[in-house]
Write a protein that binds this ligand. Sequence first.
Ligand code: SF4
Length: 200
Amino acid sequence: MNFAKLTDNLTKRGWAVSTFANKEDAAAYLNQQIDGQTVAFGGSMTLKQMGLYEQLSEHNKVIWHWKAAPGTEDEVRHNAQHAAVYLSSVNGVAETGELINIDGNGNRVSAIQYGPQKIYLVIGSNKIAPDYEQALWRARNIAAPKNAQRQHRNTPCAINADRCYDCNSPERSCRALSVLWCPPRGAEYEIILIDEPLGY
Ligand code: SF4
């Protein structure tokens, strides 16, 4: 994929951008950049597919609620807000430069906006949409239903596996929306673009 237009628009908005041909190269870069830190992960199939938890755990303190002992997930999510480094993917990125995330607990959309000093947003090529409206559509109708399916939610999107129904289910997993127009002040951000599909 040609990242030129996306990279150009992200750079104009103030983001630092690094591009990689595959997840192995991106993981090696992050593993080299992050050393001796307290690192937290948002919920992310992209990070899981990259094997980053295992790699970074060898020389960092890594906090991830997906690896938490049963019953401690909320405490782990809370601690993650205070990590020095935070890693997350996004649910959609527009070629015009907007970054979109939908969250259920709010921990991920919170941490990528305020708290940690360095935030890496790790993005596979499947997350890219031509403009803001289509990136938002993607986040709501592709990423969110797949997340609901993964969590075995009793929601129409998980049952029908086709689209978002903007449901009123008590098990609704979409409860907060984050749109990053530019890097928020007070932290260092780096976008990691990877030329292969990762996560959803
Ligand atoms: S709002 Fe409801 S139907 Fe839509 S993706 Fe989220 S959980 Fe599924």
